[in-house]
Design a protein around this ligand. Structure first.
Ligand code: CP
Ligand code: NVA
Length: 315
């Protein structure tokens, strides 16, 4: 608990683009160490007495449960809140909410559609704020994705990653990640659901690491990793139109057959079998979606350690 910000300000985890590669690599290294410790039955109480408030403006299974369990494994505690039951529902501002909560708890993890709302909360908080998904980005997810890829196939910097579907929050964090970690990212979206101006600027400044290929069959050529996500993200209102336009971007076995021999398939979940991916692929041998889901736990424990500046491997 704190009523005044530390001299350097709180250590927020809002977007991968806010970080340098070395810091994100240290967080991944910490995740590997914490995962190995847990496998040995060790639960280092690095966050004893810390309280994480979790605010969910939208549904969640993985983010909610993995942050809650992760805090408990590190000796901390959590508060589970929803905007609907807070005074946020009666127009108290995010900034005032942040100022008040900064007097009670040690960090906030929030899932909220508006990225500007996340920034308002973080700007007023004197404690760390973690982005648990906005409509613009999902950095915790992509940290888990990278950990998962590297466990199976080695450095992400050597990977050809292909995104198939609409341009959404998970993709934006993948663009940020590739710019920091290296590797290449090919984005295959229909024109109707391609990157917005902000993401296009990120793509253009990637030095060629991120490219766009409209045709999904061409895009996945020699891919090491194919990623799909729901065609209708939380906050999207045009579900029927999305399903119609995105139909050619379904990941099926014929598409996976165009990829590299040892390619993997990822999906952040929840999945809609028969829409963005067929069951044969997501339930098939190339799919690592449940390793990906598990790694949310390990990587978020490392993110929590980073925001609280404790337990860092090699520091
Ligand atoms: N992938 C992910 O963030 O899942 P939840 O929506 O269940 O948290
Ligand atoms: N793109 C999806 C991710 C869900 C975890 C959404 O925003 O709904």
């Amino acid at each position: 608990m704190t009523s005044t910000p530390p001299p350097s300000g709180p250590r927020h985890f809002l977007d991968l683009a806010d970080f340098d590669a070395a810091t994100l690599r240290a967080i991944l290294d910490q995740a590997v160490a914490l995962k190995a410790a847990l496998a040995r039955g060790e639960r280092p109480p690095l966050l004893a007495d810390k309280v994480l408030a979790m605010i969910f403006e939208r549904q969640s299974t993985r983010t909610r449960v993995s942050f809650d369990v992760g805090m408990r494994q590190l000796g901390g505690q959590t508060l589970m809140l929803t905007g609907a039951e807070m005074q946020l529902a009666r127009e108290e501002t995010l900034a005032d909410t942040a100022r008040v909560m900064s007097r009670y708890v040690d960090a906030i993890m929030i899932r909220i559609i508006s990225h500007d709302d996340l920034l308002e909360l973080a700007g007023a908080a004197t404690i760390p704020v973690i982005n648990g998904l906005t409509h613009r980005s999902h950095p915790c997810q992509v940290m888990a994705d990278i950990l998962t890829y590297e466990e199976h196939r080695g450095p992400i910097g050597n990977a050809r990653v292909v995104w198939v579907g609409d341009a959404n929050n998970v993709l934006a964090s993948w663009v940020h990640a590739v710019k920091l970690f290296g590797g290449t990212l090919v984005i295959s979206t229909p024109p109707e659901y391609g990157p917005d101006q902000a993401l296009l600027a990120d793509i253009e400044s990637s030095g060629g690491a991120v490219t766009m290929v409209r045709d999904p069959v061409q895009a996945v050529d020699n891919a090491d990793l194919v990623i799909a996500d729901t065609w209708v993200s939380m906050g999207d209102t045009d579900a029927d139109e999305r399903r119609r336009v995105l139909r050619p971007y379904r990941v099926d076995q014929a598409l996976m057959d165009k990829t590299a021999p040892r390619s993997l398939f990822m999906h952040c979940l929840p999945a809609h079998r028969g829409d963005e991916v067929v069951a044969e692929v997501i339930d098939g041998p190339r799919s690592v979606v449940f390793d990906e889901a598990e790694n949310r736990l390990h990587v978020q424990k490392a993110i929590l350690c980073w925001v609280f500046d404790v337990g860092f491997v090699g520091s």
